[in-house]
Ligand binder design. Structure first.
Ligand SMILES: C[S@@+](CC[C@H](N)C(=O)[O-])C[C@H]1O[C@@H](n2cnc3c(N)ncnc32)[C@H](O)[C@@H]1O
Ligand code: SF4
Length: 476
């Protein structure tokens, strides 16, 4: 086993303190941690989707609130990610716990968009000089907005925030019914180069069983419109483990998706989450997710896709559109900040992650949205809900995000980022000894088994503090 960074010090423990440990102490600690990892590996591989760290259920009220101008003045602002959240959908799918609501009240939607405009003006003025390297419009379902409101939101990104949409990667989430021709044309003409659509399954009975109104004819028509609109990248989201699904019907859905030659496909394991429609249901459910994952993965690999992470597959080469030249500046998710606008959006700086309060229940989401709409301009100058990252949490975040990307964890970059004496966490070597990761020169990467167990490895790498906060979070 090798872990090439020289272990002059072992840095361990909360609060960013450093302690040098004796070999015996270290050995005991690693053994405990290794047993702990083994017990983690006995769990279901599907724990929670780790796409950021710490999870938003570790956020708490910040007292006193943090002045954003001071916070951002200390942050490198040369390659930021801009994210705008649209918390509206045409339906509430039984599996979904995202921050979103079903509304047909146009006035409410207009007020929401106006509040995003107000928030953007306030935030832009406190950020100082910034450069955005990426923009994403997510939700919810951004294309649920009427077209003039969708345009207003693109204007917020481009005109108010100054993101150069024609020159940076821009991604928008959409659903089949709301992806109409005019909205797609607008998005494409404004520089959107990635259109991501939630399909979940090409078998109607499977989506209907989750409370998602959607016909396969609608899905296929939407995908054809997206192709006609000429987005360089089309992404299709599919879910495996749905009630009533079989491995064969799952493979049928993947093959149906492949007919549209999407550049990206996301395969999501079904997570049955508390307070969602499926979470409240007591119907019997057979867990076929692991078999679906393995079969789905090999189908995509044999169809010319490469695996980028446990969920993400990308088509490269023949027939595909090769990645364009990297734009300048390039966003590096492990280290660069994110500015989130809209209720439900998160913002990341090196030392603080913040957002609004979060909820899953429809009434609670409504209350949080009402409070957002009524926020006075000057309140957008402060963060009042979030998580402060100390040195240990920053290192954990860097390791987690690196391991879950196909680039892997570059130990030299890690060392440059955190200082020559700061080593990777001792438990990383356990990933090597359990064949969950391999090391080539200075790059640590998850193996095939490691990728399959991403959720478990993610949860295992969380700090005690984050675990405790997540466990004591009062979900509403
Ligand atoms: C914002 S939605 C995509 C756009 C649009 N709202 C839609 O559903 O068509 C994000 C994606 O997350 C995935 N997702 C949400 N909740 C999930 C869950 N509980 N289990 C697995 N995947 C989930 C779905 O595949 C969904 O397409
Ligand atoms: S999956 Fe998409 S459409 Fe369904 S509730 Fe979630 S965000 Fe809305």
């Amino acid at each position: 086993m090798t872990l090439a960074i020289s272990h002059r010090f072992i840095t361990y423990g909360g609060g960013g303190f450093k302690c040098k440990m004796s070999k015996t102490h270290l050995h005991k600690m690693i053994t405990a941690k290794q047993q702990n990892l083994k017990s983690f590996l006995e769990r279901s591989p599907y724990q929670a989707y780790v796409y950021s760290y710490p999870h938003k259920t570790a956020y708490r009220p910040l007292t006193p609130p943090v002045k954003l101008a001071d916070l951002w003045s200390k942050q490198d602002r040369q390659a930021l990610f801009l994210y705008i959240h649209i918390p509206f959908c045409e339906m509430r799918c039984g599996f979904c716990n995202l921050f979103t609501t079903v509304t047909h009240n146009e006035d409410f939607v207009s007020q929401y968009v106006r509040t995003v405009e107000r928030q953007a003006r306030q935030v832009k003025s406190l950020l100082g000089e910034v450069s955005f390297a990426r923009f994403a419009l997510g939700g919810g379902t951004p294309t649920q907005l009427p077209i003039d409101k969708l345009e207003a939101i693109l204007n917020v990104a481009e005109k108010t925030m100054g993101a150069s949409l024609q020159n940076i990667p821009v991604s928008v989430e959409m659903s089949p019914e709301t992806a109409d021709k005019d909205k797609l044309q607008l998005l494409r003409s404004r520089g959107v180069d990635r259109a991501s659509i939630g399909v979940q399954s090409f078998i109607e009975s499977e989506v209907l069983a989750t409370g998602r109104r959607q016909t396969t004819a609608q899905v296929e028509a939407a995908l054809n419109r997206m192709r006609e609109a000429n987005f360089p990248t089309i992404n299709i989201d599919l879910i495996y483990g749905l009630p009533g699904q079989t491995v064969d019907s799952w493979l049928y859905s993947i093959r149906a998706a492949l007919r549209f030659q999407p550049k990206e496909i996301y395969l999501y394991p079904l997570y049955v989450r508390p307070l969602t429609g499926l979470g409240r249901s007591d119907k019997e459910w057979h867990d076929i997710r692991l078999a679906c994952y393995r079969e789905g993965r090999s189908l995509l690999l044999s169809s010319g896709y490469t695996q980028v992470s446990m969920r993400m597959f990308q088509r490269l080469g023949q027939g595909g559109i090769s990645p364009s030249e990297p734009p300048t500046p390039v966003y590096f998710c492990q280290a660069d900040g994110m500015v989130g606008l809209g209720c439900g959006a998160r913002s990341y700086t090196d030392t603080l992650h913040y957002s609004n309060d979060y909820a899953v229940g429809s009434r609670e989401i409504r209350d949080i949205l009402q409070a957002y709409i009524q926020t006075p301009d000057e309140a957008f100058d402060y963060a009042s809900y979030g998580f402060q990252l100390d040195a240990e949490e920053r290192r954990r975040r860097y390791i987690l995000l690196s391991l879950f990307s196909d680039e892997g964890l570059n130990l030299t970059d890690y060392q440059n980022q955190f200082g020559a004496d700061e080593i990777a966490f001792p438990e990383l070597s356990q990933l090597l000894s359990l064949n969950l990761a391999t090391q080539e020169k200075q790059i640590l990467r998850l193996t095939e088994v490691g990728i399959e167990k991403s959720d478990v490895i993610g949860a295992w790498l969380f700090s005690e503090k984050v675990n405790q906060l997540m466990q004591t979070y009062d979900l509403k």
